[in-house]
Design a protein around this ligand. Structure first.
Ligand code: AMP
Length: 474
């Protein structure tokens, strides 16, 4: 709690015009949350808040289609903070797919519940369980990832018998990550008499099954995509395979971005990109699911406080993060899941600020890029002429030893080649070879053929409406 005190001290004495608060008062927020909203200088409720808070405060189960950045934490927090009592056991439980999101949601709920003195405890894996056990004794609200919460249930260090509010946050991602059964077990440990809220960027059939089974006459609420497209410009560069990295270094050094996020599809690529950005004078940090949790939190803190202006990340690590002031999103790899593209670009152009999403497209990205355009109807991604840039030095990263019987050869040589240069078709294409190998193996594993959507002579085949998406190969 102390950490929030200093942050709020300053805002506490500020004069907040009464009229500003009327719109929030009308929604029925309790005085404790209203004070925080006023300190935060929120001017008006977001669409998801306007549509869901009255229902939530009325005790209804709600299925809400909205992504991070839409203001959903306040939406579900409003009901919890109003009804949860201090020191009466865990009455509010939020399940999130990732550790970072758990930390972020817990922090936000801690802020909203500050004036009521509520104890909000984040619970996730990768850190000491003993410390969490001590904190759980005093918890009023718990924000947890499913795996670690199940560990606590098994060890009887958490009591969910008083949970009156259950929230599934980013439920689609939880299902994508295979948490469906874990979530089922956790729900079974909660009382039947409770309010259940489900927030998700997309509502699939699986989630409909969940709401049929575990929710009482849920009201479905959908809001428009939270990305403000008037503030977000999306562009792409069409480059040769060996040019991607050099172009990105050039752009990062010249874009004057406040905070930039560079997205890669794999941990290995993220490590590769971070290492080489640093080697080329760009102060970057990496964050992905293979890293120690404390390190992940430290990197996020450095980034959100602006001490580092570039983070290289994978989708899992970056999913749901709400970091203020992200001005640039770079897709170093185009995502294989078109939904991830929307989540990625949603990290920028938030809270009325403008943003730029930059796609660095080479031949290995054509399938993914075509899918992104085809599946996300109405996206406008303009082709931009590639600027002149210098070739930079790259170093390969050490490949982890192959497991026996799982060797996929790299016909161009060994796994490690220090001090190589990004001359077209040489060292840099080794990374590309690595990627092709991975994609091929995925295809052969699930038996599906690769996407039929290819780059045509006239450009990427997207929704058909985007005339700006035309590509002429140089
Ligand atoms: P969320 O979708 O809950 O992750 O919220 C995204 C960001 O929007 C957070 O930084 C919130 O503090 C902020 N936010 C939430 N509600 C509002 C609002 N009504 N007006 C302005 N910002 C808001």
């Amino acid at each position: 709690m102390e950490k929030f005190e200093s942050r709020f001290k300053k805002a506490h004495f500020q004069f907040i015009p009464k009229r500003q608060m009327e719109k929030f008062e009308k929604l029925g927020l309790c005085e404790h949350v209203l004070k925080v909203v006023s300190n935060k200088k929120f001017v008006k409720p977001s669409e998801i808040q306007e549509k869901t808070i009255p229902l939530i405060l009325d005790g209804k189960d709600v299925v809400a289609g909205s992504a991070t950045g839409s203001g959903k934490t306040l939406a579900f927090g409003a009901g919890m903070i109003k009804n949860v009592l201090k020191g009466k056991g865990i009455q509010g439980l939020v399940l999130t797919p990732t550790r970072e999101l758990a930390e972020q949601v817990a922090e936000a709920l801690g802020e909203f519940g500050y004036y009521k003195g509520l104890e909000v405890v984040p619970v996730y894996g990768g850190v000491s369980i003993g410390h969490q056990k001590k904190k759980l004794v005093y918890a009023d609200i718990v924000v947890a990832t499913p795996g670690r919460l199940l560990d606590h249930l098994k060890q009887r260090s958490v009591d969910l018998s008083k949970v009156g509010f259950l929230v599934l946050d980013e439920a689609d991602r939880m299902w994508d990550m295979g948490f469906k059964y874990d979530v089922g077990k956790i729900v079974a440990a909660c009382p039947r008499k409770r309010q259940t809220l489900l927030f998700s960027a997309t509502i699939s059939g699986d989630l409909a099954d969940f709401s049929d089974k575990y929710m009482k006459a849920p009201v479905e609420v959908l809001v428009d995509n939270h990305v403000d497209t008037s503030k977000l410009r999306q562009i792409y560069y069409d480059v040769r395979d060996g040019e991607k990295f050099s172009l990105m270094v050039h752009l990062l050094k010249s874009d004057n971005g406040r905070l930039s996020m560079v997205f890669c599809n794999t941990r290995r690529n993220a490590d590769f990109v971070e290492k080489n950005l640093r080697g080329n004078g760009v102060d970057a940090r990496v964050i992905h699911g293979g890293m120690d949790q404390r390190k992940r939190i430290r990197v996020l803190k450095e980034f959100s406080e602006g001490r580092v202006s570039v983070i290289v990340c994978t989708d899992v690590a970056a999913r749901g993060l709400d970091i203020q002031g992200v001005s640039h999103i770079y897709n170093y790899d185009l995502p294989s899941d078109p939904k991830d593209y929307i989540h990625r670009i949603g990290r920028t152009a938030r809270a009325g600020e403008s943003g730029l999403a930059v796609n660095i497209v080479a031949s290995r990205d054509y399938d993914n890029f075509s899918n992104v355009l085809r599946r996300n109807d109405g996206l406008k991604v303009a082709r931009v002429e590639t600027p002149r840039f210098d070739r930079v030095r790259i170093e390969m990263i050490e490949r982890k030893p192959m497991r026996k019987g799982n060797f996929r050869g790299n016909s161009r040589g060994g796994p490690k080649s220090k001090g190589s240069y990004n001359n077209r078709g040489r060292a840099s294409s080794r990374t590309d070879v690595g990627q092709r190998t991975m994609r091929k193996s995925r295809g052969s594993r699930d038996g599906r053929s690769r996407s039929p959507v290819r780059k045509s002579k006239s450009g990427f085949r997207g929704s058909g409406r985007n005339t700006k998406n035309r590509v002429s190969r140089r």
